[in-house]
Write a protein that binds this ligand. Structure first.
Ligand SMILES: [Zn+2]
Length: 239
């Protein structure tokens, strides 16, 4: 795959840089405050690259208050993907390869199955800002003369992050302790952090002491007793 699909990444996005913003986005809460916190931390991580040209400078609206419903729709789609739904139409939207379904002129009027991925509230928000389909950054797949393969082109970070997760989808995990969406480093990793693995371990040992601890203590006591008659009490208790 990597030798046929070259990559043109936006400046600054390399290696594992995508992990933390993508995790934070999957775990984004429902409120505007949550959105503001996310935006302060990852100002250029727009789930949909909406660019409105103005007289002074282009405005990036992907994390704007107005488009909050769209942000939430994209978060929900990402969660679907994270939970293992590999429906190609969802992945296409997350990768920025399909932006047609943000077209409120079309999807606002009709209700084909695809439009269920984008809520009426999100379509109304796009309409309210008069965002045209050409204002939305669409990931391109272009022929690459050098390799004879294809090249992905996107100025937006989000599709690249999804792309990296898509190629290593085993890494998309949900913490067995706190239910946080996280990107695993190793296949056996079940918990999002050392805090969660630590508290899971102590919960397991508490449970053990509660359920099996008494048996174990009795067994230990029996072991300490001098073996009066070989093969009787101590051995039978061990079972
Ligand atoms: Zn956790």
């Amino acid at each position: 795959m990597s030798n046929t699909l070259a990559e043109t990444r936006p400046y600054g996005l390399a290696g594992q840089d995508w992990v933390s913003p993508l995790e934070d986005f999957a775990n984004l809460g429902d409120t505007l405050d949550d959105l503001h916190r996310f935006k302060r931390k990852h100002p250029c991580f727009w789930p949909v690259g909406v660019l409105k040209p103005t007289a002074e400078r282009p405005l990036f609206l992907g994390l704007s208050d107005e488009l909050h419903p769209l942000v939430i729709d994209m978060r929900n789609l990402l969660r679907e993907f994270w939970r293992g739904n590999r429906d190609a139409s969802i992945t296409q939207v997350l990768l920025g390869l399909n932006t047609d379904l943000f077209d409120y002129k079309f999807f606002g009027r009709t209700a084909p199955p695809l439009s269920r991925m984008v809520s009426d509230a999100a379509l109304a928000a796009l309409k309210g800002l008069n965002v045209k389909n050409e204002d939305i950054d669409r990931t391109q797949v272009v022929p690459d003369e050098r390799t004879g393969g294809f090249r992905l082109v996107s100025i937006n970070w989000f599709p690249w992050a999804v792309y990296d997760l898509f190629r290593a989808s085993w890494r998309a995990r949900i913490c067995a302790r706190c239910s946080r969406y996280f990107v695993a480093d190793r296949p056996p990793q079940l918990y999002c952090s050392t805090k969660c693995s630590g508290s899971a371990k102590s919960a397991r040992s508490k449970k053990w002491w509660r359920e099996d601890g008494n048996k174990w203590r009795r067994k230990q006591k029996a072991k300490r007793k001098p073996r009066a008659k070989e093969g009787t009490s101590a051995k039978t208790k061990e079972r």
